[in-house]
Design a protein around this ligand. Structure first.
Ligand code: F1P
Length: 345
């Protein structure tokens, strides 16, 4: 909370991040930003793509670092590469950084571990300061990565004049309230435990989200896979009818991230389609929601916030759901089988 507030002086409209201030021209002159990362950090990159393009209107491409190094990507000296990594030691991400540097691009790191290899290899960066991630699966690293990347997007928007000042200030004030919103989201823990008891023996799950909550759907599915060993897939909600809908029957839990957001009505129709096929619906909704509540088998409420900030909040019930299901299945949530904290080969 304190580190976060130290970065943000909402009352004065200031975002303080030395790594950005010292290199702001590199970002403002960039033809595009390429973001490279793996796993959960790649999902944070997707959220960053949405928020940087929306606020700062700079084109963003998102790459799996694990694939980037094995193809022949077009990178030039006018590109800015952002590398995101919790551990700062992921070999694929390090290789992507070295490749980008060899082409003359400016490389900016978003890491959690101070002094890590990635933080040393990049030209500049911003730490997430989430504190140590005790477990192998990233959780608070994800929410802090999104927060830092949103602050970067806002800072760039301010410099470019792509956001009205009133909007800019509105987002800063909302960000300042994030710690309270997170605490409120955590109060649903007992309800989430009860839902977890119902679905602990599921063999497959679908996660659906639209807009900013599509990457959240991917991350929710990854958390369930990583710590509960349940097969789960995340999709953009509108993609359901292009294939995954064939999987839906009474045995398929579908987790729909459906806060108040643009095209909420379309998410409601996706939920109706799932219901018509007897799928079991667990919906993440904004406090006070009525429409989805009527359709879903279970709802988990989260506090309201602007859509572009929702991932920081909607992720939390999904992390708790995976956690409780994993514990109920006697899985070791801190040290899941086959997974390494940092993938260094
Ligand atoms: C990337 C990552 C994590 C995942 C696991 C393996 O790590 O895929 O997201 O939870 O720990 O590595 P990082 O580059 O963000 O440290």
């Amino acid at each position: 909370k304190d580190t976060f507030r130290g970065r943000l002086l909402a009352d004065q409209g200031i975002i303080r991040m030395a790594g950005i201030e010292d290199n702001i021209d590199k970002f403002l002159n960039a033809k595009r930003i390429i973001i490279a990362a793996c796993g959960t950090s790649w999902h944070a990159a997707l959220v960053a793509e949405y928020v940087i393009e929306e606020f700062a209107r700079i084109p963003v491409e998102v790459e799996y670092a694990s694939e980037f190094r094995y193809r022949n990507p077009i990178i030039d000296s006018g590109d800015v590469i952002i590398a995101i990594s919790q551990s700062g030691e992921t070999a694929d991400t390090l290789a992507a950084i070295k490749l980008a540097k060899s082409k003359g691009a400016f490389v900016f790191g978003v890491c959690n571990v101070v002094g890590s290899s990635i933080s040393r290899e990049t030209h500049a960066g911003a730490y997430t300061h989430a504190g140590p991630e005790i477990g192998v699966a990233s959780t608070k690293a994800f929410t802090t990565q999104i927060t830092v990347l949103t602050l970067i997007a806002l800072r760039l928007a301010k410099a470019k004049g792509t956001l009205a000042n009133s909007e800019y200030l509105k987002y800063l004030h909302e960000l300042e309230l994030i710690p309270e919103r997170v605490e409120e989201a955590l109060t649903k823990n007992e309800e989430i435990l009860k839902i977890s008891e119902v679905y602990k023996d599921a063999t497959n799950c679908l996660y659906l989200g639209r807009g900013y909550n599509y990457p959240v759907a991917l991350e929710g599915a990854l958390k369930l896979k990583e710590i509960s060993y349940i097969h789960a897939e995340g999709y953009p909600a509108a993609e359901m009818k292009h294939g995954p809908i064939a999987l839906i029957d009474e045995h398929m839990p579908v987790i729909v991230i459906a806060p108040e957001q643009e095209h909420y009505d379309k998410v409601v129709s996706n939920i109706q389609e799932i219901k018509a096929r007897n799928g079991k619906i667990i919906a993440i909704v904004t406090k006070g929601d009525k429409q989805v509540r009527e359709l879903a088998d279970h709802v988990i409420e989260v506090p309201g916030i602007s859509e572009s900030l929702t991932p920081i909040i909607t992720t939390i019930p999904l992390q708790l759901l995976s956690y409780h299901i994993a514990v109920l299945r006697n899985c070791n949530v801190d040290q899941p089988r086959n997974l390494a904290k940092s993938v260094t080969v």
